[in-house]
Design a binder for this molecule. Structure first.
Ligand code: IPT
Length: 998
């Protein structure tokens, strides 16, 4: 089939069919047959589209010596961001086009099945040697090519394929020769199939997963299907292996030998597989021509009375949505990165993963089997962009796409059917409604009744086995838990849905600073058995490593490559930063979902420590409970608790002596750390899985009387070592020169503040980012210097009257702040039904004080929550202690800079300069602080952390109240309890300076 003119496969590019010339999908396993690894260096040329394709690339005689060399697997856009030596190129010099990010919107016109003429097309060639073909057949296997691939071997076209994140096999036998062989692959970025691949991620292309040539010996095993149930009533494993040729099955560890394929065997003494006990058995499947080695886990998934059970026990998902991403290699991941992901999940108490929104690299599922994670394996399907045209022409409801939909589902299930970790199949994401989805579900139910079917996009849920939702707020989630949620139109479908177990396939949008409100969701999952928990959106920020003009690294997001249509930093919404550093959000999630919870009740008999085992399967025998008592961060006592073994989902208690009341202004803290005693492959000995703390607060520091009174002098006022100017500003405290204080009621909007509700726009409308401060009066009242002022923005009447009262306590300066809101803390809302204008409340970002301090802060020490940042609806991932950090360490480098770094529930802090000068802040009523080398205004204006330059002023914000974080970037606002309404507030803080030099 040598072609004369190559038109680039025009017809195939716009075909509704998923491919041609491909082999039926199947499972592959380690085999004794030969495997030729075709990964490595390939010749590469990027064509601009059909008009520009290379004639004769399939021919062995074609000379590609002028072409570039790239690695396969790889994503060509990311490869082109570096020079041939691997160094990042300056922006604008990309060699192979650029990555483009869109969430919902298609980056090409919606005119299916047509694709743009500008269709970046990667042309790949490689030679390989093969000796001794023997009498075997040979299969060429691609694990993933994005998006449309045409494949030739020695000039013979084997076929073409779509389905970027799905494996494809071709029969190479007829074209293969002994000796040198030429493989040529042409990959188009856009094809009809792109309409089915509108996932919220970077559009990147290429042969991005491995390529192999697999020997298929005569009498070899084409496909194998391992069905390994666990009968929890008898404790038996139930094994049946189906193969397409006669074969036998051995499980040496269980004494099974020569079990004929197709026959079922009940095996006494098999240990079950669960995500908590990932017990695998080595199984050998032998046919006349081939021997396969597979790893098998016994487990049974059932819905019982509307509850998902595995091996008879109900399970809870503490999950994440995982896209495959690496900041340098895009969707091409090494085995090390895959393992790092699973280990990071396990070490942060994550027990489940939804492979959003496509089947992952196959090795990822091997690791989930081995290390233990529940998996929702999602088909490579999303047509979200049709929502923007009212779902007109949505492929899900168009029969011409039926074959492609079924093809995608079959390839998902056939590749992954032997993984014990996979317990739910998902049809895809955000693809609207339509019969093609129903057809997929029906096919799965028929092919694999041992697992559940999931699809979130059809609220009727008539053809799925779980009711799934994304981003409902807490109130609605609670109604669903109670079965009191709104009814849908179709009574039969509604009844079906109400009987289903429920999960949140996406919740708690982890974009930027957040998510807040995790604790409250977890409480709902605890309360209602039908609620199986959820999957945080999402695992990792998809940032791309770049360098700015000064050569400083940063992580790019949408728009940074000049894409005409993009969704900005909506791609940076993960629990990990792109370099896989855990964000504060991940530490919070780890604490909220901890599989053991430690509580305290202080009573007459002592301090009762309540240990709740939240595992679904394992008891606490493998854990140790270590306790310490600290006074203001200094260890006083420590030991190990003797806790009776607690069964899964059970509670037990242990006793400690009641801690003594600490001295005034101090805290005595009992900490119980739950650590791993019996290491597992995922969790090393000593790894901490949970922490509980009990805090005893000392009496208030007694008020001192008779200290120095304010004195008037020619510069203004003086109290002890504190000087004030005529308008009542604090100008110096001892040797420390400072500015302020100013009422600080704004923050650099977080991504959640910039969410659907648009808090950032409301704050702008009220001018909180451009406040004007006016001093109304400075006076001495008793022993206090009292400064009255008003804070308002131009053109608005919403602000605060502030009274700042200063007095000496002898060893410190006490500041009492009183704020009273004035004006209308509301803004225009939608029109009321009667046409009148509505107004909605505007929440206050924070109520606090700003001080300007000299630059050069060496460190900050504090007693309170730490070591990381915390906010009122996200403070489980931190703990009470004594902490020290540099100014750099106090900043959290969100990809798009925003409010960050607050340390909250602090009762004492010391800001230290190199020369020993120390500013001390303390109070009985805890406060929060942030120390930054730049202002909130600069923080809000920056596009990337590299835009922020330290200035001559260190910015200290004392935080007395703030609006919670919520997850409104794609979910609810802070829960009602964590919203900050404009209200009266009175707070105190003591300030002192010691040390010399300034
Ligand atoms: C939801 C998508 O399923 C997910 O892919 C991602 O885009 C997420 O939003 C936001 O980051 S869909 C949304 C309209 C609820």
């Amino acid at each position: 089939m040598h072609e004369s003119h190559d038109d680039g496969g025009r017809a195939a590019l716009t075909s509704f069919e998923p491919g041609a010339g491909r082999l039926a999908p199947r499972s592959v396993a380690a085999s004794d047959a030969r495997v030729l690894d075709l990964d490595g260096s390939w010749s590469f040329r990027l064509a601009g589209g059909l008009r520009d394709v290379t004639q004769g690339i399939a021919e062995p005689s074609f000379d590609d010596s002028a072409w570039d060399r790239v690695s396969v697997p790889g994503c060509w856009q990311l490869q082109g961001l570096r020079d041939a030596g691997g160094e990042l190129l300056p922006r604008g010099q990309a060699r192979y086009g650029v990555p483009a990010y869109t969430n919902v919107i298609y980056p090409f016109p919606i005119d299916p099945p047509a694709v743009p003429d500008e269709n970046p097309t990667g042309e790949y060639r490689r030679w390989f040697e093969l000796e001794d073909l023997g009498s075997s057949s040979w299969t060429l296997r691609f694990e993933g090519v994005d998006s449309h691939a045409t494949v030739w071997l020695n000039g013979v076209q084997l076929g073409w394929s779509t389905g970027s994140r799905l494996a494809t096999e071709f029969d190479a036998t007829p074209a293969l020769r002994e000796g040198r062989n030429l493989l040529a692959v042409r990959v188009s970025q856009w094809s009809a199939s792109s309409y089915l691949e509108d996932q919220d991620m970077w559009w990147v292309s290429g042969i991005f997963r491995s390529v192999r040539l697999l020997e298929r010996p005569a009498g070899g095993i084409g496909d194998h299907h391992v069905m390994a149930d666990f009968d929890h009533t008898t404790g038996e494993g139930v094994l049946r292996v189906v193969t397409d040729v006669p074969a036998t099955v051995d499980v040496p560890e269980l004494g099974v030998e020569g079990l004929p394929a197709g026959e079922e065997l009940r095996i006494a003494g098999a240990s079950p597989w669960t995500a908590e006990t990932p017990r695998l058995y080595d199984v050998v499947i032998r046919s006349e021509g081939e021997t396969l080695s597979v790893r098998v886990g016994f487990r049974t998934v059932r819905v019982v009375d509307g509850v998902i059970t595995v091996n008879g026990a109900p399970i809870r998902f503490r999950g994440v949505n995982r896209h495959e991403w690496h900041p340098d290699t895009g969707r091409t991941l090494s085995e090390d990165v895959l393992r790092a992901d699973v280990l990071l999940m396990k070490r942060h108490n994550v027990n489940a993963v939804r492979t959003s929104h496509y089947p992952p690299d196959a090795r990822f599922l091997d690791l989930c089997d081995e290390l233990g994670l529940w998996v929702i394996d999602e088909c490579d399907l999303e047509t979200h962009g049709f929502e923007l045209v009212g779902w007109q022409g949505n492929p899900s409801a168009d029969p011409r796409w039926r074959t492609a939909y079924l093809d995608r589902m079959e390839r998902t299930v056939e590749r992954d059917k032997n993984h014990p970790s996979v317990i739910i199949w998902s049809l895809g994401n955000e693809s609207g409604v339509g019969d093609n989805l129903r057809a997929m579900a029906e096919w799965v139910h028929d092919r694999d009744p041992s697992r559940l079917v999931h699809y979130e996009g059809d609220f009727d849920s008539s053809y799925v086995d779980v009711y799934s939702r994304m981003y409902p707020d807490h109130a609605e989630t609670e109604l669903i838990g109670q079965g009191a949620d709104a009814r849908t139109n179709d009574a039969t479908a509604d009844a079906h849905r109400r009987g289903l177990p429920m999960l949140l396939c996406e919740y708690a949008h982890a974009m930027g600073n957040g998510p807040g409100g995790l604790t409250e969701y977890e409480a709902l999952f605890d309360r209602y058995e039908r609620l199986h928990g959820g999957f945080v959106w999402e695992w990792i920020d998809h940032g791309i490593r770049q360098v700015d003009r000064e050569g400083r690294e940063f992580f790019a997001y949408g728009g940074d490559f000049g894409e005409p249509v993009h969704d900005g930093n909506f791609i940076a919404d993960g629990l990990l930063f792109p370099d896989r550093t855990p964000s504060p959000g991940l530490l919070e999630y780890a604490a909220v979902i901890a599989p053991v919870r430690v509580g305290f009740v202080d009573g007459a008999g002592g301090l009762t420590v309540r240990i709740e085992n939240r595992h679904d399967v394992i008891d606490t025998a493998g854990l140790r409970f270590l306790w310490t008592v600290e006074l203001d961060g200094r260890a006083e006592e420590s030991g190990e608790l003797d806790v009776p073994v607690v069964a899964a989902r059970d509670v037990s208690e242990a006793l400690l002596p009641s801690p003594a009341i600490p001295p005034p202004g101090s805290r005595r803290v009992v900490t119980v750390r739950v650590v791993i005693a019996q290491p597992t492959p995922a969790l090393p000995e000593g790894h901490e899985i949970a922490v509980g703390q009990h805090v005893v607060t000392g009496p208030p520091v007694p008020a001192r009387v008779g200290a120095a009174r304010p004195q008037r002098d020619e510069d203004g006022w003086r109290i002890d070592r504190a000087t004030f100017d005529h308008s009542g500003d604090l100008t110096a405290l001892g040797s420390l020169v400072l500015q302020g204080p100013r009422l600080d009621v704004w923050r650099a909007p977080t991504d959640n503040d910039r969410g659907w509700l648009g808090h950032d726009r409301a704050w702008q409308e009220l001018g909180l980012d451009r406040l004007l401060h006016r001093v109304d009066e400075v006076d001495v009242v008793g022993d206090e210097l009292v400064v009255s002022s008003t804070t308002l923005a131009a053109g608005t009447d919403a602000g605060f009257r502030t009274t700042t009262s200063w007095r000496s306590t002898g060893d410190a300066l006490a500041l009492r702040l009183r704020v009273v809101p004035i004006g209308q803390w509301s803004m225009r809302g939608p029109r009321n039904p009667d046409g009148s204008a509505s107004r909605r409340p505007v929440y206050v970002p924070r109520i606090g004080l700003w001080f300007g301090l000299p630059a050069g802060v060496a460190s900050v020490d504090w007693l309170g929550l730490g070591p990381g940042e915390s906010y009122r609806d996200s403070r489980d991932g931190v703990r009470v202690g004594a902490w020290r950090a540099s100014v750099t360490e106090l900043q959290t480098p969100y990809l798009k800079p925003q409010e960050n770094g607050l340390r909250s529930e602090v009762w004492s802090a010391a800001v230290r300069w190199d020369d020993g000068t120390t500013l001390r802040l303390a109070h009985d009523t805890p406060f929060g602080f942030a120390v930054r080398p730049w202002s909130s205004t600069a923080l809000a204006a920056a596009a990337h952390p590299t835009d922020l330059q330290p200035g001559a002023t260190t910015h200290l914000t004392l935080d007395f109240a703030h609006h919670g974080l919520g997850s409104n970037s794609c979910g609810p606002d802070a829960t009602p309890a964590h919203r900050l309404h404009a209200h009266e507030l009175e707070r105190e803080i003591r300030i002192a300076v010691d040390g010399e030099g300034r």
